[in-house]
Design a protein around this ligand. Structure first.
Ligand code: ADP
Length: 777
């Protein structure tokens, strides 16, 4: 519940705070109003009681009249129409009283329930006058008991209460006087004076009560009522009162003073006078009651207006307070928001000295301090470190931070100034070093370039300027491109090389000062500073002469190849003839003849010459791309074993085959044999001091690998890469071993044409192993 209240917005909270007392006020007002209303109802009830009393009195009157007519009818059998008319009047009043909810069923307990039966009997003249008198008198007496004197519970009703009391007493006086009057009339009418004493004895109680009501009336009634009453008693009612006093004093009826009719008239006047006084009293009461009623009504209206007014004022005050608090707090919120975003210069305009006013002043103080600090910070920003910053205390975090910041910035500024002078000094040193570098660079025999990381030339040396005829400034940026050959520009090699951030070499043509394009070797390296690429530095060397020399060499080599091709072709035919004639000569000479051994020697030399010519022819075929391969399925095991057998017939070396895989390859038998025989011949030739050669063959990764190992002179590392080039021969024992340096070149070519590879492993002085591999079928 408390949490829900906490989460409510402030205006709602204030409304609730205002609403609770307002509702309480409304409740109290309502209670007060209802209380007043109740008072009014009370007086209304009182008026009803008075009305009821009046009606009861009227009923008593009517019954008394009816009693008289019924009595006369019973005695004299006269006045029947009057009796019936009176009965009708009596019924009218009874019907009226019956409507009163408080008197519902009153006939049952006031003997009136027997009225109809009595009337029936008396109208039929079947009742004695005494019975008629008794019934009516008893009924009237009982009905008079219904009267209640109301006591008003309202202010200033004392007089009214006295009036009410006197009306009640008057009513009793009239009732009792009526009883006495009727009984006396009865005696006078019947003239039964001898029973007069008994009658008076019977009525003496009634007379005593009648007298006490008279005394009570005089004691308790207001002055004017007493005065009126006394006046009646002493004037109009005097004969009646005197007669009664005398009769009850002597306890005898004076039959001479009044006839029955005179008495009825006389006493009737007295009753009439008293009744008119009673009516006057009732009127006074009614007037006063109406006045009270009106007063209550007016008070009620005024009260209602006052209540509404008070409520409105109350709500207005509460609403005004809520609005003013909300407005002040909104102002403070806006101010706090401005402070939060660092906007100075608040205008809160709150002058009250309450907690809100104090809060506003605190906020304004924060703003003023912020402004001071902001101005100080601005001065510090401008570099004015002399500005005074005074924190508000040890806990003023912002003030202390700005002070600390000022001190640190001051120190930093000083350090920066020091660093700047140091930097200046370093810059001067760098400039000196740069000019030194340029002097050196200008003295070097080749051209030098420097490019920045965007590919723009930032430096060229004197040699470049001399070579191209472009000035230093002309060469900077992309100006150097003016000297580049159009083909070089088209190829865009420099741009690609620069983008690679790697060292690069290229041969390019540049136009020299005479307008002549020269070949230049460009070598450049990227420059990194703390791993950050900063550009390239490169040298350019004019290599036109070298290139021309190389070209001449190539031409010469081509001519050599041409010569060798022609020579070997030309030699081939006479050599074949020489070989055939020598063989014929050998066959025609006796073996013991000296010429026979010469012929054998001649054949041996012709064989070597033939191999030489064949090798040269192979080279010329390879060069012209005319080497023809007749490929077929070959069993490597058979090929190796047959070749080794043939080799062993003519060689002193013993060849052992460690392993020979019986796998097939697709190849030209004579060419593969040529490769293998060449390797065996070399192994024997370059291991003159050894007597064995090891051959191995195995399958690996889909290839058959064949190796030939000797234990001879071996090969230096520097020679290994060159061995497979045309005419290459190692310098080692160059003249000791015969040869042209073509065997490995031709072998390499043949293996390559079979999608294979040829390589060597060797330890100088220990021997060499030549390998070649061919894809297995
Ligand atoms: P050559 O006819 O000169 O032997 P090759 O092309 O067969 O021509 O060999 C080229 C050169 O490789 C040889 O001159 C020799 O120096 C070197 N060479 C070849 N085989 C061997 C080997 N088994 N041991 C040492 N050196 C060798």
């Amino acid at each position: 519940m408390i949490n829900i209240f906490k989460r409510l917005p402030l205006p709602l909270k204030l409304i609730l705070i205002g609403l609770v007392p307002s509702l309480f006020l409304v409740y109290l007002s309502l209670q007060f109003y209802l209380f007043e209303k109740q008072k009014y109802n009370l007086s209304k009830e009182n008026i009803e009681v008075i009305d009821r009393s009046t009606m009861i009195n009227r009923l008593i009157d009517q019954l008394q009249e009816e009693r008289r007519f019924a009595y006369e009818y019973a005695l004299k059998k006269e006045g029947y129409p009057e009796l019936l008319a009176q009965q009708h009047y009596t019924d009218t009043v009874i019907t009226h009283l019956e409507k009163d909810s408080d008197l519902k069923g009153f006939e049952n307990y006031t003997l009136l329930d027997g009225l109809a039966a009595i009337r029936k009997k008396s109208n039929a003249h079947k009742m004695t006058a005494g019975d008629v008198m008794n019934y009516y008198t008893t009924a009237i007496f009982r009905i008079s008991m219904l009267e209640v004197t109301p006591q008003l519970q309202i202010a200033n009703a004392r007089l009214l209460n006295r009036e009410l009391h006197s009306a009640r007493s008057m009513s009793q006086i009239i009732t009792y006087l009526g009883i006495l009057r009727s009984n006396i009339y009865n005696v006078l009418y019947t003239r039964q004076f001898k029973y007069g004493n008994g009658t008076l004895q019977g009525l003496s109680g009634v007379y005593m009560v009648f007298s006490t009501y008279q005394v009570e009336f005089k004691e308790k009634s207001p002055g004017d009522a007493v005065r009126d009453y006394k006046h009646i008693i002493e004037n109009e009612a005097k004969p009646t009162m005197d007669y009664l006093t005398k009769s009850f004093k002597t306890m005898q009826f004076d039959s001479t003073t009044y006839t029955d009719t005179q008495w009825w008239k006389l006493s009737g006047d007295a009753v009439e006078q008293l009744r008119s006084e009673q009516t006057r009293i009732w009127n006074t009461i009614n007037q006063q009651l109406n006045a009270i009623k009106n007063n209550v009504h007016r008070n009620e209206a005024i009260l209602l207006v006052l209540l509404v007014l008070a409520l409105a004022i109350c709500i207005a005050i509460i609403s005004g307070t809520i609005i003013s608090i909300t407005r002040i707090l909104t102002g403070l919120r806006v101010a706090a928001e401005k402070i939060a975003i660092g906007e100075p210069g608040l205008n809160l305009g709150i002058e009250s000295d309450d907690v809100v006013g104090k809060l506003a002043r605190s906020v304004a103080l924060i703003d003023a301090n912020n402004q001071l600090l902001a101005e100080a910070a601005d001065e510090i920003r401008k570099g004015n470190f002399d500005v005074v910053v005074t924190p508000r205390g040890a806990s003023d975090v912002l003030g202390n931070s700005i002070l600390q910041m000022k001190n640190e910035l001051h120190r930093n500024a000083e350090e920066k100034a020091e660093q700047e002078s140091e930097l200046q000094r370093l810059l001067t040193a760098v400039k000196a070093s740069e000019s030194h570098f340029r002097q050196i660079a200008d003295q070097t025999p080749f051209m030098i370039w420097q490019f920045n990381n965007r590919g723009k030339a930032v430096y060229v040396n004197k040699q470049w300027i001399d070579f191209t005829g472009l000035s230093f400034e002309e060469s900077l940026g992309s100006g150097w491109v003016k000297a580049l050959h159009p083909d070089g520009i088209k190829e865009g090699n420099f741009i690609k090389s620069f983008a690679g951030l790697r060292p690069f070499r290229s041969k390019s043509r540049f136009k020299n000062v005479n307008g002549e394009f020269r070949w230049v070797l460009v070598q450049a390296n990227p420059i990194f500073n703390n791993n950050k690429f900063e550009g390239f530095i490169g040298s350019l060397t004019d290599i036109t002469d070298q290139i021309l020399a190389q070209q001449a060499l190539v031409d010469l080599m081509d001519k050599k190849d041409e010569f060798l091709t022609i020579a070997s072709h030309e030699l081939k035919t006479p050599l074949t003839s020489i070989k055939a004639y020598t063989q014929l000569l050998q066959k025609s000479i006796d073996q013991n003849d000296k010429a026979y051994s010469l012929a054998v020697k001649n054949l041996h030399h012709v064989g070597r010459l033939e191999k030489l010519v064949n090798d040269l022819l192979d080279v010329s075929r390879i060069n012209s791309g005319q080497m023809v391969y007749k490929k077929e399925s070959l069993n490597i095991k058979d090929l190796l074993e047959q070749s080794v057998d043939g080799f062993m017939d003519v060689s002193k070396h013993r060849v052992s085959i460690i392993n020979a895989e019986a796998v097939s390859i697709n190849g030209d038998r004579s060419r593969i044999e040529q490769v293998f025989n060449n390797l065996l011949n070399n192994a024997a030739k370059y291991s003159p001091d050894a007597d064995r050669i090891v051959v191995n063959s195995y399958v690996k990764d889909g290839y058959v690998v064949i190796s030939v190992q000797d234990f001879g002179i071996g090969i230096d590392d520097k020679d290994k890469g060159m061995l497979f080039q045309k005419f290459y021969r190692t310098q080692k024992d160059f003249y000791k071993f015969q040869g042209l340096g073509l065997g490995l070149f031709i072998s390499g070519e043949i293996v390559a044409r079979h999608d294979g590879e040829l390589w060597v492993e060797s330890v100088p002085g220990k021997g060499s192993t030549f390998y070649f591999k061919l894809p297995r079928e």
